[in-house]
Design a protein. Structure first.
Length: 137
């Protein structure tokens, strides 16, 4: 069974749509193997998004990700990484297909409701960033 990491970002948590987003994962056949609400420190967010450190949007991304609590979830299922990305829709909500999470809940490319791992290799790294093995079932 494949696992991937989802982050429900501060904008979607503030909109009180955590349950609606988690329901979409379950309705698509993904299982919640672990989940928690947490708030990232600046050091956490900079480390998590280190791959984007040289991009012009890095500071805005980090500022946004620490602006409020997030809900991090390990999703498990067949093709979990790709399935989650399909459910999320394009990074820019203006380009996200109708019915996707970002089309329905995101406001901008920064406040884009959710993050999902972009490869199985990164999923493992991102899951280990947030969860101990004993927290994943
Ligand atoms: P996420 O999937 O969390 O990965 C990095 C985030 O950077 C992305 O979602 C967007 O919220 C944010 N971002 C802001 N501007 C851009 C951009 N031009 N290209 C990609 N990501 C961007």
């Amino acid at each position: 069974m494949e696992q991937t990491l989802s982050i429900i970002k501060p904008d979607a948590v503030a909109k009180n749509v955590v349950g609606q987003i988690l329901s979409r994962f379950e309705a698509a056949g993904l299982r919640i193997a672990a989940t928690k609400k947490t708030r990232l420190s600046r050091v956490d967010a900079e480390a998590f998004y280190a791959i984007h450190a040289e991009r012009p949007f890095f500071k805005d991304l980090v500022d946004f990700m620490i602006s409020g609590p997030v809900v991090v979830t390990v999703l498990e299922g067949e093709d979990a990484m790709a399935k989650n990305r399909e459910l999320m829709g394009a990074t820019n909500p203006a380009e996200a297909a109708p019915g996707t999470i970002r089309a329905d809940f995101a406001d901008s490319i920064d406040a884009n409701a959710v993050h999902g791992s972009d490869s199985v290799e990164n999923a493992e790294i991102e899951i280990n960033f947030f969860f101990a093995q004993r927290e994943i079932y």
